[in-house]
Design a protein around this ligand. Structure first.
Ligand code: ADP
Ligand code: NI
Length: 217
């Protein structure tokens, strides 16, 4: 485990300051990247981090910042690294060189990118934040986020005529379960997250069965 140059009080105060900044920025985001998503990812990642003796400062900051300069918003790895470094400096958060490198690697590696594992997490801290982000895409919350995202992007909820189209070419929200969500339980990095993912997966399977049964009535 890496040691932080900060005391526990300083760590907590740094995490609170960063949380307040991120919250102010994404409070009303309506497509699934709202503050409550960040907060859930943070809590799941910190729980896993404590269980696995990870560096919880890196896990905490990584979870809070994981969607801020996302590649989907057009940021490159080097832009993200620079923006994160400037942000931490502005917030006067002092990390050791190892922690700083660990954090940048984490931020640059957790996005799903269509299952392309070229940039797969290589540190425990990155694995935990990626697992937490993926868990929040599953289960009841994941179902709600999927339809919120679909609505925000003008997607129809369900287009039965697309049932025979390959998942990556479907434009309806139901298609997203097959394109991504039902694959995530097998992509978890840690066994604790896999166990939780299996429960959330079963809930989504039950949801889909009920959905089709009501649709067919
Ligand atoms: P994150 O970066 O937090 O993992 P994403 O940007 O990939 O999240 O997606 C945000 C939310 O919207 C997630 O719950 C995801 O499953 C959902 N989502 C992403 N793409 C689609 C899509 N094409 N249709 C419906 N929901 C989607
Ligand atoms: Ni996220």
């Amino acid at each position: 485990m890496q040691t932080s140059p900060l005391s526990t009080t300083e760590v907590n105060s740094a995490l609170e300051r960063i949380a307040a900044r991120v919250k102010a920025q994404c409070l009303m985001e309506a497509s699934g990247h709202d503050w409550l998503h960040v907060q859930r990812v943070y809590h799941i990642a910190m729980r896993l981090g404590h269980e696995m003796a990870a560096d919880c400062l890196v896990v905490g900051i990584g979870a809070l910042l994981h969607d801020v300069w996302d590649h989907k918003l057009g940021y490159s790895d080097s832009e993200r690294s620079q923006l994160a470094t400037d942000f931490l400096e502005g917030e006067q958060v002092v990390l050791s060189a190892d922690q700083h490198a660990n954090l940048l690697a984490l931020l640059n590696s957790i996005s799903y990118k269509k299952g392309n594992n070229a940039n797969a997490p290589s540190t425990l801290e990155a694995m935990l934040v990626q697992d937490a982000d993926r868990l929040d895409a599953l289960g009841a919350v994941g179902i709600a986020r999927t339809f919120a995202f679909g609505g925000a992007h003008g997607r129809v909820m369900y287009a039965p005529e697309l049932d025979t189209v390959s998942p990556e070419h479907r434009q309806d929200s139901i298609g997203h379960f097959y394109d991504k969500l039902l694959k995530l339980k097998d992509l978890m990095n840690t066994s604790a997250a896999k166990l939780e993912a299996e429960k959330r997966h079963a809930f989504m399977e039950a949801f889909l069965a009920q959905f089709y049964s009501e649709h067919g009535e």
